[in-house]
Design a protein around this ligand. Structure first.
Ligand SMILES: CC(C)(COP(=O)(O)OP(=O)(O)OC[C@H]1O[C@@H](n2cnc3c(N)ncnc32)[C@H](O)[C@@H]1OP(=O)(O)O)[C@@H](O)C(=O)NCCC(=O)NCCS
Length: 204
C-alpha cells in the first residue's frame, strides 16, 4: 500500500473509531522503562502470545534486570522455548516496547537474513501484544505501521504476518496496514484453529 494511503487509512481509523489521536512510539526496552513492563507482567500480561511467559520473565528480572534486558534484545544469542517444551536458537530480530508515555505493550520482528523464509516453528515475521488496559485505542495498529519501515531497513521487502482466524482485532490491524491475504495454515492439532496468513509490503 502506498504510504499516503496507509496514513490516510490510519488517519480515518483514528478519527472514526478512536476519537482524538494519541500517538504511540516504539522505544527500546530500557531499565528506566522497566517498572511499567514489570507492572504488566505482574498483572498477568504476557508478551508471548503462544505461551504465558509472565512468571518466568518476572523471575529473570528479579535475578538480574540488566541481563534480562540484554537477553530480550539480543535475539540471536538466545535459546527460545517452544510450546512443546523444545528449545531452539532465536532468530535475529528487533523488539520494541509500545509507549504512549507509559508502557503499553510490545512488538517484535524476527527474520532469517537474506531470505523471506522462516523456520517451521516461526509463524510469521511479527508478533505484538498490548496490555489489556490500553486496548482498543488504535495502539497495535499504529505500532505495526511504525514497525514496517524498520523491517524494510533490515532488508525485508515484505513481511509475513499471521493471526488466529478468530482474532478479529489482529485481522483488522493487519488489513488496515495493507495486509494481503495469503491463505491459511491447517490447525496444528484437533484443539487448535487455523491461522490466517497475510503479506504486507514494507516499501509501500
Ligand atoms: C490483538 C491486540 C494486539 C489488539 O491491540 P489493540 O491496540 O487493542 O488494537 P487496536 O486498538 O489497534 O484495534 C484494531 C482494530 O481491532 C478492533 N478491536 C480491538 N479489540 C477488539 C476486540 N476485542 N474485538 C473486536 N475488535 C477489536 C478495533 O476496534 C480496531 O478496529 P478498526 O480498525 O475497525 O477500528 C490486543 O487485543 C492483544 O494484545 N491481544 C492479545 C495478544 C494478541 O492476540 N496478539 C496478536 C497475535 S497475532
Amino acid at each position: 500500500m502506498h504510504a499516503a494511503r496507509r496514513e490516510k487509512q490510519l488517519g480515518q481509523h483514528r478519527v472514526l473509531r478512536h476519537g482524538p489521536e494519541i500517538a504511540v512510539s516504539l522505544v527500546d526496552p530500557s531499565l528506566d522503562r522497566l517498572p511499567g513492563y514489570i507492572a504488566a507482567l505482574e498483572a498477568g500480561w504476557s508478551p508471548n502470545t503462544t505461551r504465558d511467559v509472565s512468571g518466568e520473565q518476572l523471575a529473570a528480572i528479579r535475578q538480574d534486570a540488566g541481563k534480562f534486558l540484554c537477553d530480550l534484545v539480543e535475539h540471536e544469542n538466545r535459546i527460545v522455548t517452544l510450546v512443546d517444551g523444545s528449545r531452539v536458537p532465536g532468530l535475529p530480530g528487533r523488539v520494541f516496547w509500545i509507549w504512549d508515555g507509559a508502557f503499553c505493550g510490545a512488538i517484535n520482528l524476527r527474520f532469517v537474513p537474506g531470505t523471506l523464509d522462516l523456520p517451521p516453528h516461526v509463524s510469521g515475521h511479527l508478533g505484538y501484544a498490548v496490555v489489556p488496559w490500553k486496548r482498543r485505542l488504535g495502539y497495535a495498529t499504529q505500532a505495526l505501521a511504525l514497525l514496517l519501515p524498520v523491517a524494510r531497513d533490515l532488508g525485508l521487502p515484505r513481511v509475513l504476518v499471521t493471526c488466529d482466524a478468530s482474532n478479529t482485532a489482529s485481522c483488522r490491524i493487519i488489513k488496515t496496514n495493507g495486509g494481503i491475504a495469503a491463505g491459511s495454515t491447517p490447525p496444528p492439532d484437533q484443539a487448535g484453529e487455523c491461522k490466517l496468513l497475510f503479506w504486507i509490503d514494507t516499501a509501500a
